[in-house]
Design a protein around this ligand. Structure first.
Ligand SMILES: [Zn+2]
Length: 403
């Protein structure tokens, strides 16, 4: 600024102008300037560190101001708002040796504001680093890699004893002493979140319990890996609590004569889905799934018994029963789940509408078929729910008995 301070009046006006521009551009760059012209390059590394029970993430950002509205000293950028995942710890940002300030935009959202240590004028770039840890379990590390910048390079490093599945396959795999490195080149599309599931499969532990249903006693067995006791107990609680409610809402007592085994599974076991009900062979459930998915899989014992001719009825009613069980056991979740399903149905309808009579659930779920599969589940729930709303639960129960 020293060069233009020759004229004090001019300097004063210019300072005023800069203050104004800083307020507008600095605080709200997206609203006022052409933010889209800027380029954010990111080089991200995700390292699974079992001893510390974390995935250590480090990201190098290069922010380049290409916003023509800031040309000729008409403003600059001094902050970046960037989304970091929920539940992370040890967040740190720095450029070279200096820490840079960061704060959360508001407690509810995941956006952070990074305050650069200098003003980035038109044509200039700024390099800084962000590091944080994602807490994981003793033998399992599951995490998402989210939409990132304009040109993103991603490297994932996982110890060899882990079984790994990643729900996209455009990476190259290399071996490095006792680790496997998965590299995603610059320029790939990160619009959809990528899920990494790494499991150190240990010998299975078992808990079981007997539950008294209307017509019979059923033995519930949960098989799980070392360190996953909390998950196992929650699934036992869910099964014990949900099975009697499923009898009640469907109007049918537990319809098969075998006991139920629920086995903790990797993403590779479930072929990308949250779980699957394999009848007599029991239920396999992805280790990252919670009670909602288990209720859905348990509900299939009833929907299968109804011999629905189409998949949409099987899945639609499994999700309707899940909703009706949650309404009694976790009312807030029931309402949120219903709202989310309806909302996603409406959003996806214009681009993904399909006739449910032709809808099939593919053998495996991945980033290529995700939208189509998700839409089918949403639409079949909406149809089943509307039938329940219009005709009442009793009419559904009567048609259950007729099958
Ligand atoms: Zn299902």
């Amino acid at each position: 600024m020293s060069k233009i301070r020759k004229n004090t009046l001019f300097a004063f006006i210019f300072a005023l102008l800069l203050t104004f521009i800083f307020l507008v551009f600095g605080a709200l760059p997206i609203a006022s300037a052409d933010w889209d012209q800027n380029i954010i390059e990111i080089d991200a590394t995700y390292e699974v560190i079992p001893e510390e029970m974390v995935v250590h993430v480090s990201k190098e950002f290069i922010f380049s101001n290409h916003d023509t509205d800031t040309r000729l000293w008409r403003g600059y950028y001094s902050i970046l708002n960037y989304r970091l995942p929920n539940g992370i710890k040890n967040i740190r940002a720095y450029d070279g040796d200096d820490d840079i300030n960061l704060f959360k935009l508001d407690a509810k959202c995941d956006y952070y504001t990074f305050e650069f240590n200098k003003n980035i004028w038109y044509g200039k770039s700024y390099k800084f680093n962000v590091e944080y840890d994602i807490p994981v379990q003793k033998n399992t590390a599951a995490f998402h890699i989210n939409k990132n910048g304009d040109s993103t390079k991603v490297t994932v490093s996982i110890p060899d004893e882990y079984e790994v599945s990643i729900n996209r396959n455009d990476y190259t795999k290399t071996q490095q002493s006792d680790k496997t490195i998965y590299s995603f080149d610059k320029g790939l599309n990160w619009d959809r979140s990528c899920f990494v599931d790494a499991v150190h499969v240990t010998e299975m532990k078992v808990i079981n319990d007997i539950i008294h249903l209307t017509e019979k006693d059923i033995k519930i067995t949960i098989e799980f890996w070392d360190g996953e006791d909390e998950w196992a107990n929650e699934m036992m609680r869910t099964a014990t609590e949900s099975l009697p409610v499923l009898e009640e809402v469907s109007g049918l007592s537990y319809p098969t004569d075998y006991d139920i085994t629920i086995t903790q599974a990797t993403l590779a076991d479930t072929l990308g889905y949250g779980g699957s009900n394999n009848g007599m062979d029991g239920i396999i459930l992805l280790h990252t799934e919670n009670y909602e998915t288990l209720i859905h899989e348990l509900a299939h014992y009833w929907t299968r018994e109804c011999n629905f001719e189409t998949i949409w009825m099987d899945e639609g009613y499994a999700n309707l029963y899940t909703y009706l069980v949650l309404e009694q056991t976790h009312p807030d979740d029931a309402a949120a789940r219903k709202e989310m399903y309806f909302e996603q149905y409406e959003t996806m309808k214009p681009t993904h509408d399909i006739s449910l009579s032709e809808w099939k659930v593919p053998d495996s779920f991945n980033s290529e078929n995700a939208n189509e599969v998700d839409y089918g589940y949403r639409k079949s729930f909406v149809l089943a729910y509307n039938k329940y709303e219009n005709e009442g639960l009793e009419s559904i129960q009567v048609s259950n008995l007729k099958k």
